[in-house]
Ligand binder design. Structure first.
Ligand code: ATP
Ligand code: MG
Length: 316
């Protein structure tokens, strides 16, 4: 296999079958050193299966994976030393405190004494839970548990961090904290790979996004590059009880406007840079005496792209 020198992970023709059902269907991609890479797709797309194979938790049916120079099948132990894994299911002990959970995992990694103590303190601070260090896990929210799970995956200073659905079932405050933690780790040079079915994770966190559907990789690019695939058109919907033909004509002649369609009390305008033109459009309508009831702007997002590529919605 030809390994790109900037790539920290190379995946070639990955296939995973469960009892004849193909969950991953010939997927190839590369992850650059130092990037935050997202696998985005709906439930059952194959995201957890792909990430579990990359973490050596699951054996592929076919295909090759190279992680920082190590082959997934022949160098599993070397790989385990350089990766941290935050699974989709929380794997912590409810009857131990946050600190005790982290100490338990630290000991598995061979840490002890002062090193372990200070490491646990630093990580609790990083995920914003220093004040809850001595509370039992069973009293924690889903978001707090996930933050402890992230801390547990960092005890051995991994070079690469895998997170399976880091923000699912997480309150907004924890989500922000998780975003900050991932961002800070990446700034320190860590390569991060995450799966998500939430557009927000992909949009706010990832340098590049791979869109996965039915076991196949259907697009891979930066957010900007992916959105270009949908085209540049924004859409403005305006509801008004009555719209006269005169303002419609004026709006049609505006330079950013591509198309205006009318359907009873609804006006739909396809245009580029909707926000720039909005004031002019409203002014035109109001000065002609139109009573505008509501205005809605839709800019292309990953949901629009997914619909464009697959014909179905990202959210089920
Ligand atoms: N252990 C298993 N045995 C049999 N089939 C499985 C197993 N694990 C996953 N699958 C199937 O493989 C497909 C991909 O599952 P996977 O968990 O990788 O999807 P996902 O994209 O992570 O979904 P989600 O967003 O729900 O986490 C699904 O059809 C699922 O039912
Ligand atoms: Mg999953």
């Amino acid at each position: 296999m030809v390994v790109n020198s900037d790539a920290i992970i190379t995946v070639e023709n990955l296939v995973k079958k469960y009892d004849g059902h193909t969950a991953v269907d010939g997927v190839s991609f590369e992850i650059e050193r130092g990037e935050i890479f997202g696998l985005l797709g709906p439930n059952g797309a194959g995201k957890s299966t792909i990430i579990s194979i990359l973490c050596s938790l699951l054996k592929p049916t076919r295909g090759r994976v190279n992680i920082d120079g190590f082959d997934l099948i022949t160098n599993t132990n070397d790989i385990k030393k350089i990766i941290g894994v935050v699974p989709q299911e929380i794997s912590l002990y409810p009857t131990l405190t946050a600190k005790e959970n982290l100490e338990f995992y630290g000991k598995i990694y061979g840490l002890s004494g002062k090193t372990l103590k200070s490491k646990v303190e630093v990580l609790l601070d990083m995920v914003g839970l220093t004040e809850r260090a001595d509370d039992l896990l069973e009293g924690f929210s889903g978001g707090m548990k996930r933050r402890i799970n992230i801390a547990a995956a960092l005890l051995h200073r991994p070079r690469i961090l895998f997170l399976d659905e880091p923000s699912t079932g997480v309150d907004p405050q924890s989500r922000r904290r998780i975003y900050d933690t991932i961002h800070d780790l990446n700034q320190e040079g860590m390569t991060v790979i995450l799966t998500t079915h939430q557009m927000e994770d992909a949009e706010k966190l990832c340098h590049r996004i791979a869109i996965v559907d039915k076991g196949k990789l259907i697009a891979l690019d930066t957010l900007e590059g992916l959105l270009k695939m949908v085209g540049e058109n924004d859409i403005i919907h305006i509801a008004a009880p009555e719209i006269l033909t005169e303002p419609v004509k004026s709006i049609q002649q505006m330079s950013n406007v591509r198309k205006v369609s009318m359907d009873e009390g609804n006006m739909t305008i396809q245009l580029v840079h909707a926000r720039e033109s909005l004031a002019g459009i409203i002014e035109t309508l109001i000065s002609s005496g139109t009573k505008v009831e509501s205005i809605n702007i839709k800019e292309p997002d990953l949901e629009t792209l997914f619909l464009h590529l697959t014909g179905s919605k990202l959210r089920g």
